[in-house]
Design a protein around this ligand. Sequence first.
Ligand code: SF4
Length: 277
Amino acid sequence: MNPEGRARVEAWLEYFNDLGISDFCLDRASSAVEAARTPVEPIPAAPEPLLRPARVASSVVDPNPTHVAPVLPVIKSASLFAANERIEGDTLEKIREDIGENCRRCKLCEQRNKIVFGAGHPKAELVFVGEGPGHDEDMQGLPFVGRAGKLLTQMIEAMGLCRDAVYIANVVKCRPPQNRAPEPDEIETCSPFLYRQLAVIRPKAVVCLGAIAFQSLTGTKPSMSRIRGQWLEFRGIPLLATYHPAYLLRNPNAKGDVWEDLKKVMAHLGLKLPAKR
Ligand code: SF4
């Protein structure tokens, strides 16, 4: 192996080690080198697809028989996620430790105040995933505590749940400057920690809040209007996207759409609809 190739391998191994992934076979290391050279191809021999083509979970069958779910490709970070799946005895505490107190793996560290790991019940049946912390979250180190967070709390309570019963996390754990959307390299660097959180919690459903969260988990870029409210399956976990609460603050007329989406989640979780609102 030439020096440049060796340096690439060492950089990847160091990155995986930072994520708490230490067991590699030769082929995995070779894939990492290849990934550094070219856009990552899906791994056809993976024991289970990372994202199955839009298969609707049996317990959440779309009542509209004419609906055809979009076919989604395998996510790009296939090898990394597959590796994450092999972490034995992983816990939320270990993931937090692996991130560290002063993570500098991506450029979002430069203006961050606090890392926002996520919060909620460690065995929650329902996980909400947003795109990244905002100003209030950055100051407090907690997810969804600003205006949008208050609206999310109202949404959760409207479902008959309390915040402590669910888990809330973001794709990136540090605030993007001026609340811009996280950039692809930042998502690629930080999202493996979210994958590990989901693998540990194993919720019955994941609700993606906004397009960035959906795109980050599925590796696809459909418009929100196209995929909102549809059940997909992500590594065996039913996943549904709805509008981000910040979008609802700007577009309150969309609250009805979100409520329809949340009712689907409630039905899936076996929650009773509240009395007439
Ligand atoms: S966003 Fe994630 S990877 Fe980037 S510095 Fe923060 S914790 Fe580290």
